[in-house]
Write a protein that binds this ligand. Sequence first.
Ligand code: ADP
Ligand code: MG
Length: 356
Amino acid sequence: MVDGMDPALALTSDPLLADELGRLAAAAGVPLRLVADGFAGGAADRTLAAWSSAPLVLVGADRAAELAALAPARRPGVLVVCWSPPPDGAFRDALLLGAERVLELPAAAPWVTEALIDLGEAGRGDGALLGVLGGSGGAGATTLACALAQVAAERGPTLLVDLDPLGPGCERMLALDAQPGVRWDSLGRASGRLSARSLREAVPRGDGPGVLGFTAHPLPLEASAVREALSAARRGHDTVVVDLPRAGGTEETLARCDLVVLVVVPSYAGVTAAARRLAAVADPSRVGLVVRGRGADPARVADLVGAPALAVMPDQRGLDEALDLGLGPVRSRRSPLARAARAVLAAATDPGAVAA
Ligand SMILES: Nc1ncnc2c1ncn2[C@@H]1O[C@H](COP(=O)(O)OP(=O)(O)O)[C@@H](O)[C@H]1O
Ligand SMILES: [Mg+2]
């Protein structure tokens, strides 16, 4: 049970429904306050006060019409629950109450559980979403994404999301591939709501960032699974770093990123390819560049590509060795990749950095 948490509110006079909701709340480790009586007299005021203050309200369909008649103020986090099939009027009452949906038990029990589990995350706000994109093949996007996640994880809960099924695999890079945990193949099939805490606790994680990655034989990702996972990831972490593929189905994710980092190799081909990649981004205003290697003037690269330079990512000696040792690309705070990652994270928290 999470200490000090306000209880969720269940309003129902159906003893079986009350039992089931109590059981689901206990399984989620969340306190539940049951209001089983009518709303006559002072009870209406008490109910309306609880309605406003509870972090989640589960309204039994048996009491929904009566509650709607009290015209409670609209609020998020209201669910109408009932046994299947829903009684007449359940959907109308849900609409009047501004409920998010009608959940039919017992089939929707996992949905109720996930909503309850998420209460522990309420109020933490969404974490930053950083996308990393290669300006050309082999530019160093995956390496930088892993480095960013490692450095961000020193500051707060961080998740690295691998969206490139043809890359080396972020789990491999951080030596988490042998760890048990949830991967895309199981999330891709899940339907309905994914709780922030469940995701955070289910992915492979060592001392550093968690990773949501692919299995050895990746299946194509459904857009809805990616959307749901990224939204749960942000609710449950301070920072979410996404390793994006260079092509194919990334537009929606790009549009959601607070900052997109484009890794540019400062050669003729590298700059030209990066400019083309940038031109394919719907909103280029949130894109900043990381220039690979020390060989070029970042301001000149920025001019040529058409986006501001956030950092230089120098070549790091012994990178393969660090990866072989399972240390990930950042093996010390003073390494070139750690410095580059810190510069990018600083830019991510400074909205002026990219627009400048
Ligand atoms: N900063 C760096 N220093 C040295 N080698 C690097 C650096 N960044 C990337 N590499 C190497 O470049 C190759 C491609 O890197 P990767 O991150 O997989 O690129 P991408 O994801 O853009 O295709 C890998 O062999 C990687 O070890
Ligand atoms: Mg890659």
